[in-house]
Design a protein around this ligand. Sequence first.
Ligand code: ZN
Length: 141
Amino acid sequence: MKKLTEQISEKIKSEGLKVTPQRMAVLKAVYELNNHPTADNILAYVRKENPNVAMGTIYKVLDTLIENKLVKKVTTDNGVMRYDGIMENHHHLYCVECDLIEDYNDKELDKLLTDYFKKKNIKGFKLKNFVLQINGTFNKC
Ligand SMILES: [Zn+2]
C-alpha cells in the first residue's frame, strides 16, 4: 500500500493543484484526525510539525481544498464549521451531547428515501442525493 503522504500528494495533483507543504499538511490533518475536525483541531495538528502556521493560512488552504472537492464542509447546530475528507455520499450520526460526528452509511435507507421521493415527485425539483444529519446521543454520553 502507498504511504499516506504519497496518496495525499496524488489527490492534490489529480485536481490540478500544485502540491504545497501547506496543502499537504492540512489535507493530512483532515484525514488523520478523521472525525470531522474543526479548523482549530486542524491548526493544532498542523502546528505539531509547523509551529508557525497561522489560522489564516489554514482557512485559505481549506477554501482551496473545498473548491477543488477534496474536502467538504459539515455544518452543525452549534455553528462551528467542521471538515470532512470523505467525498463519497454519506450520512452523519451527530451527538447532541458531545458534538461527535460519526459517518453513517445505509444503502437500504438511501433506497427507501429515493423511492419515496420518486413517488412524491416534488414539483419543479429534481432529486440528486441525501445527506442526513441524524441527531441523538451515543451510549457513552
Ligand atoms: Zn463524514
